[in-house]
Design a protein around this ligand. Structure first.
Ligand SMILES: [Zn+2]
Length: 251
């Protein structure tokens, strides 16, 4: 049904666009979007329009999102798949946005068969096969994390059925090289967190390899220079996976 999807997308793009003034406002808020080539910028703007048409946004608990807010979420969500294609997000539709952090009930059965229940307070969550959930407060105001890129990186990670910090790699990519780069970086990172050292990346990344992948993906797009300096092997693998070299845009 690729032709039908392509036809629908063409029709959407004939009727909608991100206008120049909105794009300039978005870059003001999201300076890492600057430096795209004219062709990349055109494609990202188109992706954002299609993303808004194909995904279902649900602001909840009285939150009202403006056109700018939605477009900025869409631009950040689409940046990681700019060279992969929007179909990498095709197995789900919902984007739920809470005004602030939200609670989710967790249950886990330990090795003795005892069930544990607790509440987690989250700024974002990507549900396998389901929606992406975002805190608007964290999305708009948290200077230390990019919740949108973080949650959409989780979505990509989950595409092979398991959230383990390794998305489905492209033909020609070397899974061993990926594993080596990420394991070394993750182990060193966890060690630094344990020793209470300054880690640059959010210590939350030590929770799990999937969190490390999501957090380092944020850094890859937002601060590629420092990401490459600290984690050259990881930077190289992310460059191959995302098929982008954000550092080249900064020069
Ligand atoms: Zn996460």
């Amino acid at each position: 049904m690729g032709w039908l999807r392509d036809w629908k997308r063409r029709r959407i793009l004939e009727r909608h666009h991100v206008d120049d003034a909105l794009w300039r406002r978005a870059i003001k808020h999201l300076p890492f979007l600057a430096g795209l080539s004219a062709e990349e910028e055109r494609r990202l703007r188109e992706f954002a329009v299609l993303f808004l048409a194909e995904k279902q946004f649900s602001p909840v608990h009285g939150l009202a999102l403006t056109e700018d807010d939605r477009v900025e979420i869409a631009l950040q969500a689409c940046l990681p798949v700019l060279e992969l294609g929007l179909d990498w997000y095709s197995d789900w539709t919902g984007v739920i946005v809470y005004p602030g952090d939200f609670r989710v009930r967790r249950t886990e059965i330990d090795e003795d068969g005892v069930m544990h229940e607790w509440d987690d307070e989250l700024a974002g969550e990507a549900m396998p096969g389901g929606p992406v959930v975002l805190s608007w407060d964290a999305t708009a105001n948290d200077p230390y994390m990019n919740v949108v890129i973080h949650e959409f990186a989780h979505k990509l990670d989950m595409l092979d059925g398991v959230a383990d910090g390794k998305p489905p790699l492209h033909p020609g990519m070397d899974a061993r090289a990926w594993r080596k780069a990420f394991e070394e970086a993750y182990e060193g990172f966890c060690d630094a967190v344990e020793r209470g050292r300054d880690t640059w990346l959010d210590p939350y990344a030590a929770e799990h390899p999937s969190e490390f992948f999501a957090v380092v993906s944020e850094a890859f797009f937002e601060d590629p220079g420092e990401t490459r300096r600290r984690y050259p092997g990881v930077y190289e693998q992310l460059k191959l996976f995302y098929r982008q070299d954000p550092l080249s845009r900064r020069r």
